[in-house]
Design a protein around this ligand. Structure first.
Ligand code: BG6
Length: 483
């Protein structure tokens, strides 16, 4: 199926941190792919801004190398690349001083959408926002995009919000959580609110529990320095998993307008119960055949940061009262899989008598890899000799159903950057959402710090520490296998 591309209006996009890793791996390749698809007009300007002393041509070589490395070969089209490179400019800039700002101002066109992507550490958010205004580069119609981590606790997140608010209105601020740009994550809303089938069952009367798993096979690698100050709770749970939880649990918004959606997400976060220490298991990977231990990679032999976390939480509202939600994420696990499983209750009465080993309906939404949905249903085992029931999957791979291959599923960044240009904030976090998520996270982290909690070791290639299995066993449930 050929996807419909609606071109955006022309724009000037400045990428601060334009020579950084995120720009190289995601932002620039993503922009090229949108250009190739015909979504970006030929007169758009994409301006790299960083400390390095590149000129336009030097930066164009940087961009073309990043395309060669990070764009699928099937999409590397020589003519399109050379056309795209004409949109590329570069300005060496001193984020904390005066250098480069007048040059940047000169590049901006009147009456053109202006977007500023701050792909830099949060300590530069304030100085950059302030200089954009001082040099007349930002105006009322400009948009500013900021990357995670958005703070490391409630206090720092409030401070960042305050600093941005000095120069930009909330409707101009785009806080990125790249999970929201994933095609299947958006599909959560389409599946829930575009079908009548699921919504009547989507509550604690019918749903026994929900499991959200984001398992990775990679370790922290070269990111140990950052990761060791974050751990999985700050790196994954406070943001990505929280967003998944919101989309799966929120009430139907009355429209798909940004604030209607974000209001509902906020209500979910605010209704989350505090998590008690016995409801959390933290882990840290040991050395294995394919790599060093977490502590070696993080270069911190005494590290207490968790590379794995599993927890149980509840949403205290009418819809979800009594339905536990289990979250689990970790690095160096058995397989790379992100999925949400909605596990339904058994029918109230079995007309077939007791059936050994039978399990109920489960709706699994696979976010990656192999995006798709799978519904486990009960049928009769074929053959004579009585009514024996078995479960079979009703399996739907989105790629198969839509007749495209994996390359056609746009990367999260492609979608999100186009939304910035269109001025659509639906898939971006509002300031109060981020603060509410930290308000829930902070006491959990503070409790570990108070009791000097140490993560449990686990073998790489496993499903995490044994204790995480107990978290569900105690409730008479079990995790889905990571595979
Ligand atoms: C990032 C985290 O935000 O998300 C990483 O900092 C993590 O630690 C990554 O590996 C996972 O993203 P994805 O898109 O690969 O699931």
């Amino acid at each position: 199926m050929v996807s419909r591309v609606i071109p955006v209006d022309t724009f000037d996009l400045v990428i601060f941190g334009g020579t950084g890793d995120l720009a190289r791996r995601k932002i620039l390749p993503g922009l090229y792919v949108r250009f190739l698809a015909g979504q970006i007009p030929e007169d758009a300007r994409i301006v790299g801004a960083a400390r390095s002393e590149f000129d336009d041509d030097g930066y164009r070589s940087f961009v073309s190398e990043s395309i060669a490395e990070f764009v699928a070969k099937s999409k590397q089209d020589k003519t399109a690349i050379s056309e795209f490179l004409k949109c590329i400019h570069y300005v060496p800039i001193d984020a904390l001083g005066k250098g480069g700002w007048p040059d940047l101002a000169k590049l901006m066109r009147l009456d053109t959408i202006r977007a500023f992507y701050l792909s830099v550490g949060p300590r530069l958010f304030g100085p950059l926002a302030e200089r954009l205004h001082a040099h007349g580069i930002a105006n009322d119609k400009s948009r500013i995009v900021v990357e995670k981590p958005f703070g490391r606790d409630l206090k720092s997140a409030c401070a960042l919000n305050a600093v941005l608010a000095e120069s930009f209105e909330e409707h101009q601020i785009y806080r990125i959580d790249h999970y929201l740009g994933k095609e299947t994550v958006q599909n959560l809303m389409a599946v829930r609110f575009g079908n009548i089938l699921f919504e009547p069952l989507w509550n604690s009367q019918y749903v026994d529990h929900i499991q959200i798993t984001v398992a990775e096979t990679v370790g922290v690698g070269g990111r140990g320095g950052y990761y060791d100050k974050s751990g999985a709770m700050r790196d994954m749970v406070q943001n990505h998993m929280m967003q998944l939880l919101c989309l799966i649990a929120m009430e139907p918004p009355s429209t798909f307008e940004p604030d209607a959606v974000r209001d509902e997400k906020l209500k979910v976060i605010r209704a989350l119960d505090p998590v008690e220490s016995h409801e959390i298991v933290r882990g840290q990977y040991l050395e294995g055949e394919n790599g060093a231990s977490y502590q070696i990679e993080a270069e911190n032999p005494d590290s207490h940061a968790e590379s794995f976390i599993a927890l149980r939480t509840h949403i205290s509202n009418w819809r979800w009262n009594g339905t536990p939600i289990y979250l689990r994420t970790g690095k160096r696990l058995r397989a790379r899989v992100s999925e949400i499983a909605v596990v339904f209750k058994d029918p109230p009465h079995s007309i077939f008598g007791p059936q050994e080993g039978r399990r109920g309906n489960v709706l699994v939404i696979r976010l990656q890899p192999d995006e798709g949905m799978n519904l486990r249903v009960t049928i009769k085992e074929p053959g004579p000799g009585g009514m024996r029931l078995i479960e079979v999957p009703l399996d739907m791979s989105f790629a198969e159903a839509l007749g495209n291959d994996g390359d056609d599923i746009p990367d999260a960044y492609e979608r999100l950057i186009m939304d910035v240009i269109r001025g659509n904030q639906t898939l971006f976090m509002r300031g109060d959402e981020v603060e509410a998520a930290w308000a829930w996270t902070d006491p959990i982290i503070a409790a570990w710090e108070d009791r000097h909690d140490k993560p449990k070791p686990y073998d790489p290639g496993s499903s995490g520490p044994e204790d995480s299995l107990m978290l569900l066993h105690r409730d008479g449930r079990r995790w889905r296998e990571i595979r």
